[in-house]
Write a protein that binds this ligand. Structure first.
Ligand code: MN
Length: 147
């Protein structure tokens, strides 16, 4: 089973401008934050790992200062090509609304297990140490570290 089966199952590629469901190992460690004006405004944080973009929807936006903790709901893996995606998803399609890139860059992964991801971001708006802590089911807390 492709890790992108859920991604593909939610979309009609004849009707959405979003990239197709191709797994691709690039050897890069990139991230993106996309601002998504859908039914509810949210930000999508994606990290390139395992040939896909691990993805979280962040209702209140990225934590820009240490001490801020933001709910991040894990969503389906996205294809790596999605890292450049900006545009309009038509009404009636999954995720309908406007997507624009809020920040992008690379990351260094420091720790990864089922309970947490610890990493350093090298973006324009997001730089320095961050962590994602798994709380329950699809829910994670995204925080900016002090150091
Ligand atoms: Mn979204």
């Amino acid at each position: 089973m492709s890790p992108l089966e859920e991604y593909a199952g939610k979309r009609d590629f004849e009707k959405t401008p979003e990239p197709g469901a191709e797994v691709k190992e690039t050897g890069m460690h990139r991230f993106v934050v996309q601002e998504h004006h859908a039914t509810h405004l949210h930000w999508d944080f994606r990290m390139e790992m395992d040939g896909v973009l691990k993805s979280w929807a962040v209702p209140k936006g990225p934590p820009e200062e240490p001490g801020i903790r933001r709910l991040a709901v894990q969503v389906e893996d996205h294809p790596v090509e999605y890292i450049d995606f900006e545009g309009e998803i038509a009404e009636g399609e999954y995720g309908a609304g406007t997507v624009s890139i809020w920040d992008s860059g690379t990351f260094d992964l420091e720790e990864r297990d089922e309970k947490k991801l610890v990493f350093v971001l090298h973006g324009s708006r997001l730089t320095g140490g961050y962590a994602l802590i798994h709380t329950r089911e699809k829910q994670w807390i995204w925080l900016k570290r002090k150091g």
